[in-house]
Design a protein around this ligand. Structure first.
Ligand SMILES: NC(=O)c1ccc[n+]([C@@H]2O[C@H](COP(=O)([O-])OP(=O)(O)OC[C@H]3O[C@@H](n4cnc5c(N)ncnc54)[C@H](O)[C@@H]3O)[C@@H](O)[C@H]2O)c1
Length: 295
């Protein structure tokens, strides 16, 4: 069992959605919190609210796509609390539309945050955790979009598939370095794959830096994908707090795969069967009539 009370958690994308819910859950369990987000004002409000409720919380404005800023985040955490026991590589953004219509800026932004943000977190924090020689855990937020490839969200899907592979590899590498004890040894990891949950994710554009904005107007498929994402996210039955509860239970049990919406597994299985049988991929949205495909 992983013990939370008195331990230090670093959370990226902590000013909204899942990240804020992880912070609230961590505070309720008596953790010390280091919260990172690219939105300094939302981060300040989140930290203030947690402190007002009695939590020990530090806010570190951070763009996770920057190697230097993630290194500075780790240093700030160590300066404040001396150790890091739990890391949530959670910050993420998305952009939709037909895959060939995603701009170079869309790819750079989505991969910079979703993939390089996680890679920087793993690169910087894993050696710190291994050197501490006490229980620690890393949770990388992917998505069901890392297990499936729904249409009209290609850059997001590809980024989340990268997070799935990176995190499965992290698990193997931790097993190797710790003599096969990653599941219950000192440093473990989990892969979080939620389906649609009402958060700010459908308005991710608010976090896009000026130098990666698009000059051209959105295409028809991008507008349709944006509307569909808003609908799907708002229709999500679980809350961010539910996802945080499920995630902390999985960390406590040192479970690797965290699939918050188990109903999706039939579609995951079908994708795996398509690959095994060398069939063309089934459109995962065609199996969910309540979520209409774009196009
Ligand atoms: N909500 C869903 O339906 C859903 C489903 C599956 C996966 N996810 C994933 O969950 C994670 C959290 O998203 P959410 O749903 O809570 O969305 P959210 O928009 O509510 O929160 C994301 C937070 O990340 C921050 N952020 C964006 N770019 C950043 C950067 N470069 N550096 C640091 N922080 C940055 C934003 O400011 C925001 O506070 C993401 O990785 C997302 O892809 C969300």
């Amino acid at each position: 069992m992983f013990e939370f009370a008195g331990k230090v958690a670093v959370i990226t994308g902590a000013a909204s959605g899942f990240g804020r819910a992880f912070a609230q859950k961590g505070a309720a369990l008596g953790m010390k919190l280091v919260l990172a987000d690219v939105n300094p004002e939302a981060l300040r409000q989140t930290v203030d609210a947690l402190r007002a409720a009695g939590a020990q919380a530090l806010g570190v404005p951070t763009d996770v796509s920057s190697a230097a800023q993630v290194e500075a985040l780790a240093q700030a955490a160590l300066d404040a609390f001396g150790k890091v026991h739990l890391l949530f590589n959670n910050a993420g953004v998305g952009s939709g539309g037909f895959v060939w219509e995603s701009s170079a800026n869309d790819w750079a932004w989505v991969f910079g945050v979703n993939v390089m943000g996680v890679a920087h977190g793993v690169r910087v924090f894993t050696p710190i955790m291994l050197a501490q020689n006490e229980p620690a855990h890393i949770v990388n937020t992917a998505s069901v979009a890392g297990l499936l490839s729904p249409p009209a969200m290609g850059a997001y899907n590809a980024s989340k598939h990268a997070v799935v592979s990176l995190t499965e590899t992290l698990y193997h590498d931790l097993q190797l370095v710790q003599g096969g004890q990653a599941s219950n040894g000192l440093v473990g990891c989990s892969l979080l794959c939620p389906a649609f949950v009402p958060t700010g994710i459908a308005d991710a554009e608010r976090a896009r830096p000026a130098d990666l904005r698009n000059d051209s107007r959105p295409t028809r498929s991008q507008i349709a994908a944006g509307k569909q994402l808003h609908r799907a996210v708002q229709a999500g039955k679980l809350s961010a707090a539910d996802v945080a509860d499920i995630t902390f239970d999985a960390i406590a049990a040192r479970r690797f795969y965290i699939v918050t919406h188990p109903g999706i597994m039939a579609t995951v299985k079908l994708r795996h069967e398509d690959i095994e049988q060398l069939r063309a991929p089934t459109d995962p949205m065609s199996l969910k009539p309540e979520v209409k495909s774009v196009g």
